[in-house]
Design a protein around this ligand. Structure first.
Ligand SMILES: Cc1ncc(COP(=O)(O)O)c(C=O)c1O
Length: 411
């Protein structure tokens, strides 16, 4: 790969020690660390122009409104949406998906209709559809996986039918790190008159995304997985569809006019943004996008591939390591490695690694149907970002090599 840059110095938290050791943070799939520029952007908002946006006739409120609306324009360009009013701010990807399910789903799904999702979906892109299908008497169908963890091409071809109204699939699985062919699935969905919802929570931080090229009808992600603060998320929706949906939350700011017995709703995007919005989060999101644009997605993809290619042969040489989703050719994988250590519960693995300063995720990763499909209760997950290094991988693997010994097993 081209020259490796040291980005760690930009991240205050990565300078910390944990259990007397320099921290190695490998839980970026859960949330990423924040660079100084993002922290500063939030501090300057709260220290310099905090006010309620869209409401005040005074200068501070106008400045807060400008920051908020600049963030919308920034996100529009970042994911190449056609209009800025197609960008709706939410709390996170979960809220965005619930908004689609309860607003679009409740008003467009009838008894007997079908919704198709993948078995690898995060609960946020599964439970809302499951509940809407139950409420409406619709059928929830699953695309299962090939042996290598990729979505079954046969299922994509056969499960999406004339009865399908909604197809909802993640662009990248949060457990396996595999990139799903969402543009191809969108074409299939559109050919039967269904709409395509893409969960971009694990793709937007790691690759350039163009919602128009994907032809996604809805696309969602969370700011906190891409260097931004927690509490700001995005829902992109095609203008035509958003206009054809009822509001999800009601209250201040989402109305044009209210009378005792009826309300006229505001046009997009305000119609879906009830109540006081997260302007501090929007300030952080602008800084995060600017930072990511400077780093560049070519570089981010290169680093993550390099780290996966560096780690995998070493992991495969450890006879007690079981890997998931690591067989397929690596061109379609982001920096996520999911594994188990034979005879050891994933929580014990994570605790033993933590004692050596290495933070990974262990559990069902909010993907219990996938765990059931893989025949596992839980797994461990190391997830990289562009600030991770080969030295981080060495520290992780060294700590991992001690796990079975600590518990009295032969190593
Ligand atoms: C693929 C995927 N979808 C949705 C979510 C939910 O994100 P949030 O908790 O920020 O709403 C996550 C979080 O891990 C995820 O990985």
């Amino acid at each position: 790969m081209s020259e490796v840059k040291n980005y760690k110095n930009d991240f205050p938290l990565l300078q910390r020690k944990m259990h007397d050791k320099q921290i190695v943070y490998l839980d970026n799939g859960a949330t990423t660390q924040k660079p100084e520029k993002v922290i500063q952007a939030m501090c300057s908002y709260y220290g310099g122009c905090n006010a309620n946006p869209h409401r005040g006739a005074y200068e501070l409120s106008v400045q807060a409104t400008d920051i908020y609306e600049n963030a919308r324009a920034k996100v529009q360009k970042f994911i190449n949406a056609q209009h800025s009013h197609e960008i709706i701010f939410t709390k996170n990807a979960t809220e965005s998906l619930n908004l689609i399910a309860y607003s679009y789903g409740m008003s467009h799904i009838q008894a007997g209709d079908e919704v198709v999702i993948a078995i690898s979906e995060h609960h946020s892109n599964l439970v809302p559809w499951q509940q809407i299908c139950q409420l409406k008497g619709a059928v929830l169908k699953y695309i299962y996986l090939e042996m290598d963890g990729n979505l079954s091409q046969e299922d994509i071809a056969s499960k999406i039918t004339e009865k399908t109204k909604i197809v909802a699939v993640a662009q990248v699985s949060n457990v396996l790190g595999l990139v799903n062919p969402v543009a191809e699935i969108a074409r299939k969905a559109h050919s039967v008159g269904a709409i395509m919802v893409v969960d971009g929570s694990q793709s937007v931080p790691h690759m350039a995304v163009d919602v128009q090229a994907l032809d996604a009808d809805f696309f969602v992600f969370s700011g906190h997985k891409m260097l931004s603060p927690m509490g700001i998320g995005v829902l992109y929706g095609k203008e035509r569809l958003l206009n054809d949906m009822p509001p999800f939350l009601m209250g201040g700011d989402m109305i044009d006019y209210v009378e005792e017995q009826q309300t006229e709703f505001a046009p997009l995007p305000a119609k879906f943004e009830a109540g006081t919005q997260n302007v501090g989060g929007a300030a952080g999101l602008i800084a995060a996008i600017e930072y990511l644009e400077q780093v560049g997605f070519d570089y981010i993809e290169q680093v993550e591939k390099d780290l996966v290619n560096y780690a995998l042969p070493k992991l495969k040489a450890m006879p007690y390591i079981e890997l998931y989703g690591c067989d397929s050719t690596l061109y379609n994988k982001t920096g996520i490695i999911t594994f188990n250590v034979q005879d050891v519960h994933p929580h014990d693995v994570a605790t033993i690694l933590d004692a050596q300063g290495v933070a990974i995720r262990a559990g069902h990763h909010c993907a219990q149907p996938l765990m059931q499909y893989l025949g596992q209760n839980a797994t461990c997950r190391a997830s990289f970002y562009f600030y991770n290094t080969r030295e981080d991988v060495d520290r992780w693997l060294e700590a991992l090599s001690k796990v079975r010994g600590v518990l009295g097993y032969a190593e």
